[in-house]
Write a protein that binds this ligand. Structure first.
Ligand code: SR1
Ligand code: MG
Length: 399
């Protein structure tokens, strides 16, 4: 931490000016801090001609909790390096990092000001047909080309070492896999679903499956994950979407990234029972979401399989029966992690606007109960669900 200090808006302006040729000598700069995420400071630096860049600085603690939750600023290196690595593999859909400063734990990056945060768009009931195909491409490319299918032995191990991210992984290990299944003080439970939440604390069969998913998260370095693929980590506009915020990145199970995204689309689907009163509008939005969920898995699987058949560099892994089993396992993992995401966003610390914007607590409880029920089914049945269609069928039978 030697030399580190928390940026003021003046520091952020100076940093952006020093490390980009974008502003020119006579630019008048202005700056605002607008971060509303859980962890960092985020500044927008803009000149009088409207050119702008983003400065993101890691704080030495979790912003959403305060200094009582210290956190490594090393996460800024992980974020910069994951984004740079992912952008090499999928330029179109990864935000551009222009500079990274290890002392100030600060990243200078492009400003996606023509884009909006996906979560807010989905909550508002807006539809982007290109979302699933583009995110399927992002996931297939970033996950395939950082896996053992593409990287040979020593290089892959070096990469695994470079992206060890113990402190941020521990947050996920706790918030995703532990807290929701016990009476943890960090949990945040709507009083109306307290009984439903309590059932999670005594459900040994469910806890055994969550233990398996957690064990895999701890010990399956399949590919360089984004690590926090929720709809707040995605920017979207009418033509394109771009992924940001990769500070939770590490080498982990492929299904974790795919499942986190599926889980967030499902949260939005369930949220619309409370967010959208008009039946026709709600049905249209939910049918859009189901279609996107279907397309996301189908197109991800199709692109990943194609890469497996055409570009696998490891001879033993070229076996087609093995590759089929591998894809089936990725689907099961993805469904399991999607289930965990549904549960932890409903009763855990880090909740999402898809539910919190439902102001009436009973209406909200209706969506939340469905999320707990669906989450459980996905986790318990993940090995039996052999296609994404079966997930869609499960949704129809939710109480
Ligand atoms: C204390 S961090 C809480 C959550 O925010 C991040 O975006 C991750 O999803 C994490 O679980
Ligand atoms: Mg984030």
């Amino acid at each position: 931490m030697a030399g580190y200090h928390t940026f003021t808006t003046d520091d952020a302006m100076r940093f952006a000016d020093e490390h980009s040729g974008l502003f020119g000598d006579h630019s008048k700069l202005s700056c605002e801090e607008f971060g509303d995420g859980n962890l960092n400071l985020v500044f927008r630096v803009e000149n009088d001609k409207g050119t702008s860049l983003i400065v993101k600085q890691a704080l030495p603690y979790a912003r959403c909790v305060g200094e009582s939750w210290p956190l490594t600023i090393e996460r800024a290196r992980i974020e910069a390096e994951v984004l740079i690595a992912h952008r090499k593999l999928c330029q179109q859909h990864t935000v551009e990092v222009l500079h990274y400063d290890p002392v100030q734990a600060a990243i200078l990056m492009e400003d996606l000001k023509d884009y909006r945060i996906l979560r807010a768009e989905l909550v508002a009931g807006r539809q982007y047909p290109h979302l699933a195909p583009q995110l399927a491409t992002y996931l297939a490319n970033t996950l395939y080309y950082t896996s053992d299918f593409a990287l040979t032995g020593p290089n892959k191990k070096q990469q695994v070492g470079r992206f060890l991210n113990p402190e941020l992984c521990l947050i996920t290990e706790d918030l995703f896999f532990t807290d929701p299944y016990c009476n943890h003080e960090r949990n945040n439970i709507n009083g109306e679903i307290r009984n439903d939440a309590q059932q999670l604390w005594h459900d040994e069969a469910l806890q055994a499956e969550v233990a398996q998913l957690k064990a895999d998260f701890l010990s399956k370095p399949q590919a360089l994950l984004h690590g926090d693929m929720h709809s707040g980590s995605i920017f979207v506009n009418d033509d394109n979407c771009k992924v940001i915020d990769a500070e939770f990145g590490f080498y982990g199970p492929i299904g974790f990234d795919v499942g986190s995204l599926l889980g967030n689309l499902l949260l939005n689907y369930l949220g619309h029972f409370g967010l959208t009163a008009d039946n026709t509008k709600r049905e249209q939005q939910q049918s859009y979401l189901l279609n996107q969920i279907d397309m996301l898995w189908q197109q991800f699987a199709q692109q990943f399989k194609q890469l497996l058949s055409n570009e696998c560099r490891e001879p033993a892994l070229q076996n087609s029966l093995y590759q089929q089993r591998f894809m089936q396992q990725i689907l099961a993992d993805s469904l399991g992690y999607a289930g965990c995401e549904l549960i932890r966003r409903t009763v855990g610390l880090a909740q999402v606007a898809d539910f919190t914007q439902i102001t009436d607590t009973s209406t909200r409880a209706h969506s939340e109960r469905k999320a707990l029920q669906l989450g459980r089914e996905l986790i318990m049945q993940r090995h039996e669900l052999s296609s994404i269609n079966q997930l869609l069928t499960l949704l129809r039978y939710l109480k």
